[in-house]
Structures are given as structure tokens and as C-alpha cells.
Ligand binder design. Structure first.
Ligand code: GUN
Length: 292
């Protein structure tokens, strides 16, 4: 079994980006600038956004964190987005999801300038991705592709089963794994809460990508020998014996599934750090596009 070490690979990617940023600085060029909007005080969201800002520091980007109260109206958020769209100093920005219930996330995503949409969530970018056109690919699926590529995991002709159809992970992942080229060229089944015989479908998978958010959903008896197992789940399980009061777990019963898998991602230290690194990559791309 080979561990797909997202922590190590994301470190390499950030180092590569830092080298590029140093070159930009030497030439007296403007460095990439990422902004992140967070509405409310959800603990997990604050942690994720904090990691994104920290990664900007590590690679040498400028960053701006915009914190808005949980009572923010949709209009107020749309105004802030318009400001960032207009601000020539900002190369790319994200609005951390989920949003409070008074705000329509679709409307918010539609308001982001596609050229600054480093999350790749805008329909223009999502459509380009589906049509194999150059664009910002959502960071989590992009990170999974990068891991498969760097570990040279064969995907051609393989049966990939994606669990979960979220707009952020499952849906784009199902499109990307079926695209031409590497990593891709696989035959994809997208499963979700209404899928019948899901256990049987998972047992036929050469590659399992689980983005469900249910701890221990994927068990050893469900996966084929030598399957490639990618765990996108990040669930906080309350545990008073831990310093933070919780521990993080994925969708996969790692202890037992890892005994059967050929490649597997750990949680934490697998897909999560890759997501952050690929957001940095998209921001660098945004800067390069704005320059040309
Ligand atoms: N919430 C969970 N994942 C993401 C992500 O990749 N981007 C944003 N904006 N919000 C998220």
C-alpha cells in the first residue's frame, strides 16, 4: 500500500509556487493577491480560511481576509463582491461556504467575476471545465488530480466511483475523471443518497473517491483488493480527551481499508492540504492571466 501523502506533496507545490513568486519579486512585478470573505463564525470555516491565509504567507502572496458578521444581508455581501471585482489589486478571491441561510449562495457565486473566481465555482468556469477549456478547476478536485498525477496512479480505463454529488467536490470530480488525458480517461459512476445498491457499486470500483462527510462509511468489505481510495471527508467528532475538544476523521475506515488498498489518502494529511495548495496555484494563474 502506498500512502498518498497530501501534506508532503502540498509542501512541494507551495515550494514551487514560492520560487515563482521570488522570481516575480526579483523582476519587480506585483505578487499575487488573494482575498477571502468569510461570513459568520463557523469554527470549521474559520479554520479553513485561516489555513488559506497562512498558505499565502508561506508562498509570498499578499492576502486580505474580510470577516463579515453572521447577520450580513445578501445585498451587503453582493456589494463587497462588487468591490473586489473592481479592485485591480486583487487577483482572485473566494467566498467561504457555507453561507448563513438568509444568503443565496448561487446568487453570490454568480456575482463573482469569473476571471477572479479562483474557486472555479462560477457557471462560466464550471462550464469551461466540463468542456475541457482552460479555466480555474475547483481546488479540491484539482488537488486530487494532482495527487494522482504525482504518484502516477493509472486512471485510464479504470472504473471510478465518486460518492457524493456536491458542487464543490463530487460533481466536478465526476466530470474531471472522465475527461480525456491523464489523470482521466476513466469510466465514472457518480453515486449519491438515492443510489440503490451503493455497496455493490463501490465494490466494483478501481478508484473510490468519497466526499460524503459520514465517518466510517467506506468499509473494508466494500472495497476491492488493490483499489485506490481517496477520502475527502473531514468530520469533526467531539472528543473531550483532545486538546481542541474534537478530532478529525474521514469517510473511510482507514485502519482496515488501508490493508486492502493499493493507494490511499490519510485524514488528516491527504486531500485537505492539497486543496489549499491548489487554491494557491489558481491564484498564481489568476495573476499570470491578469498580467497578460
Ligand atoms: N467550503 C468548503 N470547501 C470550500 C472551498 O473549496 N471553497 C469555498 N469557498 N468554500 C468551501
Amino acid at each position: 500500500m502506498t500512502l498518498l501523502d497530501g501534506k508532503a506533496v502540498s509542501g512541494q507545490i507551495k515550494d514551487e509556487i514560492a520560487v515563482e513568486v521570488s522570481r516575480m519579486k526579483e523582476k519587480g512585478e506585483k505578487v499575487p493577491h488573494l482575498a477571502a470573505i468569510i461570513v459568520g463564525t463557523d469554527g470549521a470555516s474559520l479554520t479553513y480560511v485561516g489555513s488559506k491565509v497562512k498558505a499565502c504567507e508561506r508562498v509570498g502572496f499578499e492576502s486580505t481576509l474580510i470577516q463579515m458578521p453572521s447577520t450580513t444581508s445578501e445585498l451587503e455581501l453582493l456589494k463587497k463582491i462588487e468591490e473586489l471585482n473592481e479592485d485591480a489589486n486583487i487577483d482572485g478571491f473566494i467566498v467561504q461556504l457555507p453561507l448563513p441561510e438568509q444568503i443565496d449562495a448561487q446568487k453570490v457565486i454568480m456575482a463573482i467575476d469569473p476571471d477572479k473566481d479562483v474557486d472555479g465555482f462560477h457557471p462560466t468556469n464550471f462550464g469551461k471545465m466540463a468542456l475541457d477549456m482552460s479555466t480555474f478547476i475547483p481546488a479540491t478536485p484539482f488537488g486530487i488530480l494532482e495527487l494522482l498525477e504525482r504518484y502516477k496512479v493509472e486512471t485510464k480505463g479504470k472504473h471510478t466511483v465518486v460518492i457524493g454529488r456536491s458542487h464543490i467536490v463530487g460533481r466536478p470530480m465526476s466530470i474531471l475523471m472522465g475527461r480525456r488525458g491523464f489523470p482521466g480517461n476513466s469510466t465514472v459512476t457518480l453515486t449519491h443518497s438515492h443510489t440503490k445498491n451503493i455497496t455493490q457499486i463501490i465494490s466494483q470500483a478501481d478508484i473510490v473517491i468519497s466526499a460524503l462527510g459520514i465517518p466510517n462509511f467506506v468499509k473494508a468489505e466494500m472495497v476491492k483488493d488493490d483499489a485506490v481510495v481517496i477520502d475527502v471527508g473531514i468530520t469533526r467528532v467531539p472528543d473531550e480527551t483532545k486538546k481542541r475538544g474534537y478530532y478529525i476523521t474521514g469517510d473511510v475506515d482507514f485502519e482496515n481499508v488501508s490493508k486492502k488498498a493499493s493507494f490511499i489518502t490519510p485524514v488528516p494529511g491527504g486531500v485537505g492540504p492539497m486543496t489549499i495548495a491548489m487554491l494557491m496555484k489558481n491564484t498564481l494563474l489568476a495573476r499570470e492571466r491578469h498580467r497578460s
